[in-house]
Design a protein. Structure first.
Length: 346
């Protein structure tokens, strides 16, 4: 079956990261970071089969240049904790041709990000190890009609429960505060709050973008090979999702050295195989019981034996399923794994 994977992260200054450095590494290019003066040269990196920059409606054409785009991003983002870029990593099903893989990414990026005002820099990686995937770096600030960067936030009046503005009260007088503005006279002061100019950081966006990627893939995959963005628990499937192994772990295994993450996945697959066996056993015993019940005068003792076997298997199944669901709930709460895929790299 096709692998579904869609992870989302922020590249920000607070973690000491650079958008220019990230872009250079993913695109396997040599880019100069004007902010630090460092040159990031990753031209020897293998496995990059396609690079593409897609610009939003009002973005300057010069932003087609990867070095210019991300240096301009870092230039406008002055805060020490600024979000420089949002990165989305998606697995590309091997069941799709290279042309269809690229169509899926391009449509996904255009519909969900570029049309919403983001600039996108995406790169397709395939090292021939059965793990084709794409990295999509997105700008976090809109661009105005004049081609300049817009604001991430805006100040608006704070409203009460009836939708009315709330006055700023002077604690000394108990009256509304006022200020004198040159050429405008006296101006009353009202409470204000800062709100985002768009919903790009809203909690529900990650879920929306993950589903959209599944939709793009399913438009190209045959009916029997459709993917689902939801975790096994949310789909009602009593299985454990495998974890992200990564290129380094698989390389260690090929060299004959132990890799904990690969062993964890082997253990998970073993438990899932046991679970599948229990599910099959339940179906077999249930079918036998149903057939026996149809026969009048069937052996009562045999029915009791079969019923007892079924109860034992069901009990084991329920215990196993409870462990799996609990495991998945814990993973979703800490955000360490959403979805049901593994084997993603850089």
């Amino acid at each position: 079956m096709p692998i579904y994977h869609c992870s989302i992260q922020i590249i920000g200054r607070s973690s000491g990261r650079s958008a220019v450095a990230a872009a250079a590494y993913r695109a396997a290019e040599k880019l100069e970071d004007k902010e630090t003066g460092l040159t990031h040269d990753h031209t020897k990196k293998q496995g990059v089969v396609h690079r593409e920059i897609m610009l939003s409606e009002y973005a300057p054409e010069e932003y087609k240049n990867r070095e210019i785009l991300w240096n301009e991003v870092q230039k406008i983002e002055k805060r020490s904790n600024a979000q420089l870029a949002r990165e989305i990593e998606v697995a590309l099903p091997r069941e799709l041709s290279r042309a269809d893989q690229m169509i899926a990414v391009r449509v996904y990026v255009q519909m969900n990000f570029v049309e919403k005002g983001m600039c996108a820099d995406w790169v397709l990686h395939d090292k021939g190890d059965g793990n084709p995937h794409a990295h999509i770096m997105l700008t976090t600030r809109p661009i105005r009609k004049n081609g300049r960067w817009g604001d991430k936030q805006k100040s608006v009046y704070k409203l009460d429960g009836q939708g009315n503005k709330i006055a700023v009260i002077d604690p000394d007088t108990g009256k509304q505060k006022v200020r004198i503005r040159k050429g405008k006279g006296e101006e009353k002061l009202w409470e204000r709050v800062t709100v985002p100019v768009n919903d790009w950081n809203s909690p529900g966006k990650a879920e929306e973008w993950r589903k959209a990627w599944a939709d793009c893939l399913n438009a190209l995959l045959p009916a029997e090979k459709q993917v689902d963005h939801r975790s096994y628990a949310r789909q009602g499937i009593a299985q454990e999702p495998t974890i992200h192994e990564g290129y380094a772990a698989r390389k260690r295994e090929k060299q004959g050295r132990a890799a904990d993450r690969c062993q964890i996945n082997r253990d998970i697959r073993s438990r899932n195989a046991l679970l599948q066996h229990l599910q099959t056993k339940i179906k077999e015993i249930a079918a036998e019981l149903a057939e026996m019940m149809k026969k009048e005068g069937g052996d009562v003792e045999m029915k009791k034996i079969k019923a007892g076997q079924l109860k034992d298997v069901v009990d084991a199944m329920e215990e196993r399923q409870m462990l799996v669901v609990t495991f998945e709930d814990e993973e979703e709460e800490d955000g360490s794994r959403t979805g049901c895929c593994a084997d993603q790299t850089d």
